[in-house]
Design a protein around this ligand. Sequence first.
Ligand code: GDP
Length: 469
Amino acid sequence: EGMTVVELSKRTGKSISDLQDIMVNVGEKVCSEFDSLSIDIAELVAMEVGVNVKRLHSNEGSEILPRPPVVTVMGHVDHGKTSLLDALRQTSLAAKEAGGITQHLGAFVVSMQSGASITFLDTPGHAAFSAMRARGAAVTDIVVLVVAADDGVMPQTLEALAHAKAANVPIVVAINKCDKPGANPERVKVQLASEGLALEEMGGDIQAVEVSATKKTGLDILEEALLLQAEMMELKARVDGPAQAYVVEARLDKGRGPLATAIVKAGTLICGRYVVVGAEWGRIRAIRDTIGKLTEKAKPAMPVEIEGLKGLPMAGDDIVVVESEERARMLSAGRKKKLDKDRLLKIGEERMELASPSEEESERVELPIIVKADVQGTVQAVTDSLRSLNSSQVFVSVVHVGVGSISQSDLDLAQACGACIVGFNIRSPPSAVIQAADRAKIKIILQRVIYHLLKDIGELIVEKAPGTS
Ligand code: GDP
């Protein structure tokens, strides 16, 4: 039993030193590459480099079956992403059964009469998409690019296009608001073609569908187009065996503790199993589908809410199933240690940069910010887009993030480090908090649109910039 580090390196395709680093992180002593590892440790290390543990034994007998596509909606602000998602959600049989009442869980499934289904991620926008991708979670199979027929291609349309291209994810165009008097779908097509999109009717392979989210027209055609695209991609997944999954959203529930919406990539997620989720761990106590019904198992592309984690994971975190509580703890501790190490390194680097300001940087505007948002996925998306403002002239430092409303302790922290507070997609704080913020001269920015938020922050930076009183 067991195998040497050399053997493990061959089977996983990772270098010996990479494997040894991981062994340190999971709390194992580094041994020489010719020493034998127990099969337990070999599995743990393999899991950490993303290799299906089964492969260490044998991969035979696991069935590979077609799976539904996972779709993200992107496009310019106000072009109707949210409206389109709402309309699509209502076309689902499940939504009809539930009387149209569905919770916001970060994802939903449209199941069609034919038996086919499509999974939609329902945090629209490219910020969430790229935040997930930055964490290595390639969850999205297809991007729906929403373009308003009366407005045409706009800056964020092009940004979304660039994100999809960079991720190598195919696009289906939804030309929305076709009900409007000023709608001009043909113009949108010409604009897209001039951006290099090879639309089907011009001999390319990108489908464009005319829809109206408010009048609910063209939705069935859009769904057909997505299924056709999925068919061409021949999406498949292993159905048996331990699940590999990703978190698309996480939040804290007062009664039920940390909850994560997960989408299974491969295998089957089963209630009662021990899992490691990012750097957190837990034992799955309950699995619920998107209409809140308890279920025992989740299959590929099926979004589910899992309960039983010890801490709050982040959108994009991977979920791996492990044998025992002991292993779950060990792996989680190893990952936490690595996160801490990376964080310290990063802080060190930022300090270095600050300690030796170059000519330009001595003029750099510093802006400490606290971010509060409705769900973990949004917290990350907002943080990432704020950090994207950093340059040699501007240093946005996100000093604290959290899920939920703005509290007195946020104010205390803001006062201590001279930060402003961003509340994204959350309700206005209680008036006592607002008054306290006023007294302490702490700026609170409440927004629901990233683009508007970035504009506000831009204005703050200009206010603070040297030379512009
Ligand atoms: P998002 O910012 O892309 O999520 O856009 P929203 O879904 O919030 O929509 C922006 C505005 O456009 C809202 O006032 C919607 O009611 C409106 N809208 C969205 N879809 C349609 C549509 O198909 N037709 C018309 N006439 N208005 C729409």
